[in-house]
Design a protein around this ligand. Structure first.
Ligand code: FE2
Length: 345
């Protein structure tokens, strides 16, 4: 693939190259280069930019109700992204004892039955289930698909101001407890780094009468209800809406917003994972909902224009851990060029 295939918009003019620490929040330095540096001819080794569509991943839970979601990107500390295509209700209650879970529903809908109430989630809804909250998922459609982040450190809202980006009173939905609810399963599965430990309980561990203390720990929020931060025509980084206290994980909306294209850049500290959730506009070389891109830290990249008048919705994850594709993802993953995120070959 030649440089001309991914010509810089200002081909012929020197290009700023940004090196940045700590994602969008640390120090940075910019060099002006004559060459358009993101392009590469070939690559050997695992630390290379890829894309795959989560709708194409063959998950165990689409044919086996007992199965857990299928990991697609994993790190050494247990940070994980997994895909679910669950078709049948979970026949057990589950607690993830290793981390907080953030589910992003790509398609279809499901009922989440949790320790602190039940809520329904549909396309582009996030559902946050903190560590060791008990839950069951009942799919409400036959096209249910979700991308699930597990973070060893707690995830909490981290918006740049108390209001403006997210209407916490309206957009953030809380589950409700049905005190008349019938008893459910007494199978309780605790998920740990080395598998699942199953308890045969005397009672349904989830059924409750009311929440009588503390704020509800489980919530849902739609990606479309998170307002992208823009600097107008000047351009600037996105702002996170969710992070861990140590910023090991930072989550952003990367949906369409005004402003110029980002600079050619190298992230010193973060792997960058983006889910293109829906159009109608295309984001560079990507127009298929469910497309996940992964650009590992240290890889020079440019990234498509975000100022797309037709609009699109995307979720950006910055993670300090170095991620790797699993075998299940590798079957569908292809190398991308690092300008518009089209296929490299
Ligand atoms: Fe980037």
């Amino acid at each position: 693939m030649s440089d001309s295939d991914h010509a810089h918009p200002a081909a012929g003019a020197p290009t700023p190259n940004l090196w940045s620490r700590d994602g969008f929040t640390g120090s940075n330095a910019i060099a002006l280069r004559n060459d358009y540096t993101p392009t590469y001819r070939s690559v050997r080794g695992p630390h290379a930019p890829h894309r795959f569509n989560l709708l194409a991943i063959e998950t165990q839970d689409q044919s086996d109700a007992e199965a857990l979601p299928t990991p697609v990107l994993v790190a050494r500390n247990g940070l994980e992204l997994a895909v679910s295509h669950r078709r049948q209700p979970m026949p057990y209650a589950l607690r993830n004892t290793e981390g907080d879970e953030l589910h992003l529903v790509q398609s279809g809908s499901a009922r989440f039955v949790t320790d602190f109430g039940t809520l329904e989630a549909g396309p582009l809804d996030f559902v946050h289930i903190p560590r060791s909250i008990t839950y069951r998922i009942d799919p409400l459609s036959q096209d249910y698909a979700a991308l699930i982040l597990t973070s060893p450190d707690p995830l909490r809202f981290d918006t740049p101001a108390p209001f403006g980006m997210i209407n916490f009173g309206k957009a953030v939905r809380k589950p409700s407890i049905d005190p008349q609810g019938a008893p459910g399963t007494t199978r309780l599965c605790l998920r740990t780094f080395d598998g699942v430990t199953e308890f045969d309980m005397v009672h349904d561990p989830i059924r409750a009468l009311a929440q009588v203390g503390g704020p509800p720990p489980v919530w849902a929020l739609n990606l479309r209800d998170i307002v992208p931060v823009s600097y107008g025509e000047r351009g600037g980084p996105p702002a996170q809406f969710l992070s861990t206290a140590d910023t090991d994980v930072m989550a952003f909306t990367l949906s369409a917003r005004p402003g110029p294209r980002p600079p050619v850049h190298v992230n010193a500290d973060y792997d960058e994972i983006i889910l293109f959730a829906e159009g109608p506009g295309a984001w560079g070389g990507i127009s298929e909902p469910g497309t996940v891109t992964w650009v590992p830290k240290g890889v020079t990249h440019h990234g498509p224009v975000e100022d797309v008048p037709a609009g699109y919705q995307a979720w950006l994850l910055e993670v300090r851990q170095t991620m790797r594709l699993t075998d299940a993802a590798r079957q569908h993953a292809r190398l991308i060029e690092t300008s518009e995120y089209g296929y490299q070959d």
